[in-house]
Design a protein around this ligand. Structure first.
Ligand SMILES: Cc1ncc(COP(=O)(O)O)c(C=O)c1O
Length: 395
């Protein structure tokens, strides 16, 4: 009999994507043509220079040593130059940037410093799983707020009881949003920053999708909002902007005080990202002007094909102005998990049921723009067939 983990561990829910690789293998073995629109993990290539930058950095002995918290100073400097160019914001490379082993790592570890059993974290649901993972592992108390069309998928702090807000240590916000593809208006962000300042709440602003935006929309940094530097930390990632999910490279940006807290936690749990990966990160960031337009055009073609095809197949979906997702409502009372299961079993298409993101996600499913427009359109036709047969059964 193995030793038992503590109760905190048992509060972790099942990871939604955990069983999909196995199911996909079974279907492929049966000869099914599987289309996977599940994880937000694009099939597109990273910028050309990053592989060369990795190779030459990896061949440099000094960059094979521990990076420690400081890491490659050139990576910090490239981040700051980009933040200035992109958002018009100045940060100090040495004290206000925290290099991360993927932004998920930093998001999850940060909770260890700001939560304990006396404090709550406001967790948007549906939402990225590291918010609740960090909260639960830090023994913080989750307060789940359902993101629904009623509030345009925004967390309305006025709806949260005062006694909850008074005990809140962290508010997690992510706009452009995974999975709903919602974006946050500037006046909303101003209200949130003002409330967090009044209540002394750490605003964890997850900006992983800041560069995947369309039709002229330019997502802001939270630090464009006056006063945000007092209470916010913002997370960025190379994963989605540069098709580098597997590289595990991102960063946090915050005032020296808040950045220093995360740095201190990380000092005790990791010894820094491989500096050759950070060198590749410099190459990625420096390719921004040449790489981003073509990459965005590819995502936009997928978005347009997906939106048109899912509408033609009988679904109603908004055209998202950002992210790599469609968040598609299911008509009637069709349970999202059952729909996703039937779509996978009968048609070989992987989508994420809304319920996999928690009860707040029920009634929707998510597709990711991770394959070609033609394959996304084919997946929509297959989804339409399942919808018709389930709709007929529900009716
Ligand atoms: C909202 C959001 N934040 C953070 C991440 C994590 O990205 P990274 O690969 O940098 O850990 C993801 C990845 O899916 C995400 O959707």
């Amino acid at each position: 009999m193995a030793p038992k983990p503590v109760g905190r561990f048992r509060t972790l829910p099942d990871y939604p994507l955990a069983t999909i690789p196995q199911k996909k293998r079974e279907l492929a073995a049966r000869g099914v043509d599987v289309i996977d629109l599940g994880a937000g993990d694009s099939d597109l290539a990273p910028p050309v220079g990053v592989v060369d930058a990795l190779a030459s950095a990896a061949a440099t002995p000094a960059l094979n040593r521990y990076g420690f918290g400081l890491g490659l100073v050139a990576f910090r400097e490239a981040i700051c130059a980009w933040m200035l160019k992109r958002f018009g914001l100045r940060f100090d490379p040495l004290t206000e940037i925290v290099p991360l082993i993927g932004s998920k790592e930093g998001i999850a570890h940060l909770a260890l410093a700001y939560l304990d059993p006396s404090r709550l974290a406001i967790i948007p649901e549906p939402g990225y799983n590291a918010y609740q993972g960090g909260t639960l592992l830090a023994s913080g108390e989750p307060y789940r707020y359902a993101l629904r069309p009623r509030t345009n998928f925004l967390v309305d702090l006025d709806e949260i009881p005062d006694e909850v807000l008074r005990r809140t240590g962290i508010l997690y916000l992510n706009y452009p949003n995974n999975p709903t593809a919602a974006i946050a208006p500037r006046d909303y962000l101003e209200r949130v920053v003002a409330r967090c300042r009044e209540l002394d709440i750490l605003l964890v602003y997850d900006n992983a999708y800041s560069e995947l935006a369309y039709d002229g929309y330019v997502p802001p940094s939270i630090f464009e909002i006056a006063g945000a530097r007092d209470i916010a930390i913002e997370f960025h990632s190379l994963s989605k902007s540069y098709n580098m999910t597997g590289w595990r490279c991102g960063w946090a940006v915050a005032s020296p005080e808040i950045a220093g807290v995360l740095t201190r936690v990380k000092t005790f749990v990791d010894t820094g990202q491989f500096m050759a990966v950070q060198a590749a990160g410099v190459a990625a960031i420096e390719s921004y002007d040449t790489f981003m337009p073509g990459n965005l055009a590819a995502f936009k073609a997928r978005r347009d094909a997906g939106t048109a095809a899912f509408r033609a197949a009988g679904f109603s979906c908004e055209t998202p102005r950002a992210t790599m997702y469609l968040w598609i409502p299911l008509p009637g009372e069709i349970p999202s998990a059952l729909f996703a299961e039937r779509l996978l079993e009968e048609e070989g298409v992987v989508v994420m049921p809304g319920s996999a993101f928690g009860a707040g996600g029920e009634g929707f499913f998510r597709i990711s723009f991770v394959t070609s427009p033609e394959r996304i359109a084919e997946a929509a036709r297959r989804a339409g067939r399942v919808l018709s047969s389930m709709g007929a059964e529900v009716a």
